[in-house]
Design a protein around this ligand. Structure first.
Ligand SMILES: Cc1ncc(COP(=O)(O)O)c(C=O)c1O
Length: 455
């Protein structure tokens, strides 16, 4: 038995994989990876896969990036971890300072969690706790206990994160356990009415948001949004006008704005942060995934002094934010994040990415003419191709047909990791991808789509 097969056998005897119906592996082979380099992942037989989805959107500068690896190794010999309550360390302080140098001036305090969903829990709890503190800390007096979320949104898998998400596939099963939320329509440009621009579609959705805030603003702690791209919700994209309007409305109705840039932060939308494109400053900015270049789990929740000050009091007042995670602010993760920020600074990454963004667009323009492609959309380094059963009516493929999965399987045969979202095939590659590799990926995706939509 070769090493690939051996590892598959041992794995399937003991592991339970994320976001997977394990029975699928009776027919869909698991892929053991021995090493990574740049955009490539390599199995034990030497077969290589181009990681077109950046391993769930975390990897920015390639696998086994020498600069990030060196920084983590250096940190490893110095301090692997220390409790962050009552203690501190250089990497966490430096990272915090550098994040504030890159984000709007009103953001001035950061709380660390160790994955995206936990960071969302932090932002939700902090928002509620702020309003509680503001009305004297008396739970009987606090009226703000709810959140507004957008249709088709995704914020993670823990229970509060699921509650403020709206992708049925993940949420439906756990519904009985979840707090209730207000759901405002998604500004998703794919849902624009005939003849309506993406901007008008966004403003129409914002008008619906206003109705909720007008009616229920006094019950609402915060609005939570994924700025510009609803990634797990099939890479649906929307116009920045929505964010601008939503930010104004949140201020008017005294509701916090939580910007979940866990997936879209760090250059994915073309700018370092998506909020920049709307010129807004949220009350909470959640960053993770690309924060460490895809090396280690870490989430930073940035907020304002106004919020921080509301918690600053004597211990006995119970105003303090007594939330914690064991690995909060882990030094190795912070070191990886610092190396990632160095690369952004030294390599002019955002400007360099413009070429890749153009290439992704050029390489896929012909996809829109495919008889089963309803939409080819792009925001910066994210490009998505929506497959449908009927192009005229946009009737989707029944989900059980798993057309995207067929494209995935065909891609794997060719050596491309194009894990889809339902019937949406997308590219969200590491920024070290070359223009030739983008052309090749487009060719693989095209051939896969042709075959997967034949019948
Ligand atoms: C926008 C967004 N928020 C939160 C999360 C949850 O992050 P994690 O998977 O690290 O818990 C994700 C994960 O995909 C995400 O895309």
């Amino acid at each position: 038995m070769n090493q690939n097969d051996d590892l598959i056998r041992r794995d399937l005897a003991v592991l339970w994989h994320p976001c997977t119906q394990m029975k699928d592996h009776e027919s869909l082979p698991l892929i053991p990876i021995r090493r990574g380099e740049g955009v490539w992942l390599e199995d034990f037989n030497g077969k290589r896969y181009l990681d077109a989805v950046s391993s769930w959107w975390v990897n920015l500068f390639g696998h086994a990036n020498p600069r990030i690896s060196a920084r983590v190794k250096q940190q490893l010999d110095q301090l692997e971890h220390v409790i962050l309550a009552g203690f501190t360390h250089e990497p966490v302080v430096e990272l915090s300072e550098r994040l504030f140098a890159l984000t709007p001036p009103a953001l001035s305090r950061v709380f660390y969690a160790d994955n995206g969903s936990s960071g969302i829990e932090v932002a939700l709890k902090m928002s509620f706790h702020y309003w509680l503190n503001r009305c004297g800390g008396d739970p009987a007096r606090v009226r703000k206990t709810k959140f507004v979320t957008l249709g088709n949104s995704y914020h993670g898998e823990t229970l509060a994160a699921l509650a403020v998400g709206n992708v049925d596939l993940y949420k439906h099963t756990y519904q009985p356990l979840l707090m209730t939320t207000f759901t405002a329509p998604s500004p998703d440009a794919y849902l624009a009415l005939p003849g309506e621009s993406a901007e008008d579609c966004a403003l129409r959705a914002a008008a619906e948001l206003e109705k909720i805030l007008q009616q229920h603003g006094d019950e609402i702690c915060a609005l939570i949004v994924e700025p510009l791209v609803q990634c797990a919700g099939s890479m649906r994209m929307y116009h920045p006008a929505y964010l601008k309007k939503a930010s104004e409305l949140c201020k008017r109705y005294e509701v916090h704005l939580i910007a979940d840039e866990i997936a879209v932060g760090f250059g994915r939308t073309g700018t370092l942060f998506a909020c920049e494109q709307a010129g807004i400053t949220p009350d909470f900015l959640c960053l993770s995934k690309g924060l460490t270049g895809g090396y280690l789990p870490l989430c930073a929740v940035l907020t304002t002094d106004t919020i921080y000050d509301m918690f600053y009091a004597d211990y006995a007042s119970l105003r303090g934010f007594l939330h914690s995670h064991s690995y909060t602010g882990n030094p190795l993760a912070c070191a990886a994040a610092l190396a990632t920020l160095d690369i952004f600074r030294d390599d002019n990454v955002l400007e360099q990415n413009q070429k890749l963004i153009r290439k992704m667009q050029q390489a896929t323009t012909h996809f829109k003419d495919h008889p089963h492609v309803a939409d080819v959309r792009q925001t910066g380094m994210i490009l998505a191709i929506e497959l449908v059963k009927n192009k005229t009516t946009r009737e989707p493929y029944p989900w059980q047909e798993r057309r995207g999965l067929r494209v995935y399987q065909l891609g794997l045969d060719q050596g491309a990791l194009l894990r889809p979202l339902g019937s949406v095939v997308y590219f969200m590659p590491p920024y070290v991808i070359t223009e030739d590799q983008i052309d090749w990926l487009a060719q693989v995706a095209w051939e896969g789509i042709q075959k997967a939509t034949q019948d």
